[in-house]
Design a protein around this ligand. Structure first.
Ligand code: SF4
Length: 286
């Protein structure tokens, strides 16, 4: 396997940032999953999280803010034999990219999507994000009220929208995060991992110690059954004194590519252009 770290880029993440743990886990997951770097594409959004594609030496694209999943979808449909991994922040995926998230989940694209959830907009220096806790004081949501909007629960949203592998992990536990990443990469369908990632510069509420006091293996909780959607949704609602981590839900159902006769043979990338009915594909996507 070729060198997996891109030595041409120097990290600009703040010292202590949770993105370093995600980066280390991702490198480990690439090796543990036995990925061929020449058959793997990493697609990222814009933000602190999106920079991760600069540091890994695989095929990669850093897209527009919130457009991570449409680009990943296009790559997957053009060459469905590639392993496609998408990564972005909570603002990228749950804010401007939310529509794409819902539709990628219901279509069950065979993409692993890792969300760096720091509950804040870090790159723009500390505004509240769609996953900021109620009452969180940020530059955008000052005291005494703090954030008055309910936060989006990524795990519940993913299960509800139709993702077929849904998990949560913590960047402070690299081994567990890498193991979950491997499961997500190998899962045949849309696999979402909500990664709890402290932003040490701007989120002074959801810190490493704050998470460590609360994280609990979801498999240890009463009623745990990752094949049962209702039970998974119920356990995913826990967020407070206990924050469950692990695989909440998994099922196997046909992927989007499985449903398209155009993809039954050679990849679109390998077919002559006049064989491809773009109009028919667009109709399927509408
Ligand atoms: Fe990490 Fe926050 Fe710094 Fe961004 S602003 S690099 S998320 S610590």
């Amino acid at each position: 396997m070729a060198q997996d770290v891109n030595l041409n880029y120097k990290s600009t993440w703040c010292p202590g940032c949770g993105n370093f743990g995600i980066f280390n886990a991702l490198k480990k997951a690439f090796g543990d999953a036995g990925l061929d770097l020449e058959q793997t594409v990493l697609v990222t959004g814009i933000g602190c999280a999106g920079k991760i594609s600069q540091y890994l030496n695989t095929y990669r694209i850093e897209t527009l803010h919130g457009r991570t999943l449409p680009v990943a979808t296009g790559i997957k449909l053009t060459n469905h034999r590639l392993t496609v991994i998408a990564e972005g922040g909570d603002g990228d995926g749950m804010g401007i990219g939310m529509g794409h998230f819902i539709h990628t989940a219901r279509r069950n694209l065979d993409i692993a999507y890792f969300i760096h959830n720091n509950q804040i907009y870090g790159l723009t220096k500390g505004q509240s994000s769609p996953t900021s806790d109620l009452g969180a004081v940020t530059k955008f949501t000052p005291a005494p009220l703090g954030n008055v909007e309910r936060s989006i629960n990524i795990v519940q949203t993913a299960i509800g929208a139709g993702a077929t592998f849904v998990a949560r992990a913590f960047t402070g536990d690299i081994q567990q995060l890498a193991d979950i990443m491997v499961q997500a990469i190998r899962h045949p369908g849309f696999a979402v991992v909500d990664i709890l990632q402290p932003c040490v510069s701007f989120n002074h509420l959801n810190t490493y110690p704050w998470y460590r006091q609360r994280i609990t293996p979801v498999a240890s909780l009463p009623g745990y059954d990752p094949a049962d959607r209702e039970k998974a949704l119920s356990l995913a609602s826990l967020w407070g004194e206990k924050i469950p981590l692990g695989v909440f839900f998994t099922e196997v159902r046909p992927t989007f590519a499985d449903s398209l006769p155009q993809l039954a043979g050679p990849t679109l990338a390998a077919q002559p252009l006049d064989n491809i009915s773009i109009a028919a594909l667009m109709e399927e996507m509408a």
